[in-house]
Design a protein around this ligand. Structure first.
Ligand SMILES: [Zn+2]
Length: 195
């Protein structure tokens, strides 16, 4: 299922395909919606109660709406999801830049759906993803007064973003919005959403 997360400046829909193992790297400066988009996709994933997520974040309070709070990256000591049933597992790392090199190898990039957030630059995300097929949407604001963002929207690119970054205008969401799953609604009833 390709979950739409936004629209590129040229009007193309872009999203996260949960059927594949191609990692999604959300790239932007602080405050542009990386964590919000990652949370949205994680809640969407968890709305199917047969699935689960492994979330690592430095600021667990930003993920307080999940059934289980994220773990701190320092708690990661073994390969994520090795014992999990295929197709049930989503791995999320909020701020991959702060992951130390030793723990990057514990991520199942390329074998399970993975969402990473990064501030870009010469980051650990750039290094670990060299040669990997990765989608790199970069969330930007609809009102792009910042000249750097304007340059992105004009197709100028940004030297500190990984090659292949797609500038994305995220959908507007509130702090308590939960994903809707009409296709999972029981007949004759409104949707049931896991909280
Ligand atoms: Zn798992």
């Amino acid at each position: 299922m390709d979950v739409r997360i936004g629209t590129t400046p040229d009007g193309q829909a872009t999203g996260f395909d949960t059927r594949g193992a191609c990692p999604l790297l959300l790239v932007s400066d602080v405050g542009r919606g990386k964590t919000t988009t990652a949370r949205y996709l994680t809640r969407w994933w968890l709305a199917n109660i047969t699935r689960h997520a492994h979330v690592y974040a430095h600021a667990p309070s930003e993920w307080a709406d999940l059934p289980d709070l994220p773990e701190h990256p320092d708690q990661l000591e073994e390969v994520i999801g090795r014992g999990c049933r295929p197709g049930t597992c989503l791995v999320v790392v909020d701020d991959i830049d702060s992951f130390d090199d030793d723990r990057v190898s514990l991520l199942p990039v390329g074998t399970r759906p993975t969402i990473l957030t990064s501030r870009g630059g010469n980051s650990i995300a750039d290094r670990m993803l060299i040669g990997t097929d990765v989608r790199c949407p970069g969330p930007v604001r609809p009102a792009h007064a910042d000249p750097v963002e304007a340059a992105v929207l004009n197709g100028q690119g940004r030297s500190d973003w990984p090659i292949g970054t797609i500038a994305v205008i995220p959908d507007q969401r509130g702090p308590m919005d939960f994903p809707c799953h009409r296709w999972e609604a029981p007949a004759g009833r409104w949707m049931a959403v896991r909280r």
